[in-house]
Design a binder for this molecule. Sequence first.
Ligand SMILES: Cc1ncc(COP(=O)(O)O)c(C=O)c1O
Length: 379
Amino acid sequence: MLNESTKTGKAVAPKPLAISEITLTDGEIQAAVDVLRSGALRQGRQCEAFEREFAAYVGASHAVSSANGTAALHLAYMAFLNPGDEVLVPAFTFIATGSMVTAAGGRPVMCDVDPHTFLIDLADAERRLTQRTRAISPVHLFGNPCNVDAVQEFAARHDLRIVWDAAQAHGAKYHGRDVGSLGDFVTYSFYPTKNIFVGEGGMTCTNNAEYADRMRLFRSHGQSERYVHTALGLNYRMTDVEAAIGRKQLLRLNAMLAIRRRNAAILNARLARIPGIEPQRITAGGQHAWHQYSILVDEQRFGMNRDRLAARLQEEGISTGVHYPRGLHQQPIFQQLYGYEPLPVTERLAEQILALPVHHGLEEEDAHRIAETIPAMAR
Ligand SMILES: Cc1ncc(COP(=O)(O)O)c(C=O)c1O
């Protein structure tokens, strides 16, 4: 839609607002070029330094880098799962949270989520416990930290390991502590669009030295010394080019988070008051990392459905995203493997969820523009 005029009287389109911002700084590009010129392309000193610096940033004892966030999850599950072990996972998440359980020989048990925070519903999880339940994999979805105390209490009560999926939660905190410091396993992704974006890359943090050693072994063909393989592993190594970019980005993560938090506050202040629009509720005691800013669109109360709102926003130059249009239990592969049982909250979220731009590339006025455009569309 053309709604601004130039001095010549010609209408100009409003500035397009993308759903993510993935521009590298000159310093990040130079860091990658330096590695390329060095000829040391594989996992090496940059990866080691990135692991050290990332662990220090989140406050974990160990960080194990990997090829991507999917590999980070797979390594975590491989480190402790036995064949047939069950892992409680939220159904409202990215496929890898569940599929890597299957890849590691276990069985993901899909649980429903809270309708306001969009995070795993422990009451529903409790109903799905069996003799085979070995772990729980809560996801800090969109950067919203889970209720860590409640999950840890639940896990302790049922003697479960915890694999925290923090792929979207770099910099999220719970009662002042970075979520990366909190567990047996905390996994991250550095895919473009994430809060740290190196291309492909992952990290698994742990406070357990034995788990860290096991994950390093599985990351590199189960090789304990040159050409001696004591476990069945994979090649899940990160390269030094990605690590060099990641090290630089870690230095500006706090500044990027501050912009995301400012933008989210602007959106929340306006949108939480619109009938039929419900922004994701922040966990009590949590500091959200705002990888995504998502709202639920109630067609009856707002006057149009999620898809119509997305199309109208696009006409105004505002891009949106749908994460996720179906739950894990609605994925054909999981239905084929495990059957289907309805999960009503997840299914409603999949119909109503809409992500709005919140990223570090937005100006303050951009966030105000998004916040004002949506109420103007309400009936
Ligand atoms: C919640 C969650 N888990 C795992 C992953 C997998 O990360 P990657 O794409 O780096 O393999 C993602 C990536 O989108 C994710 O959002």
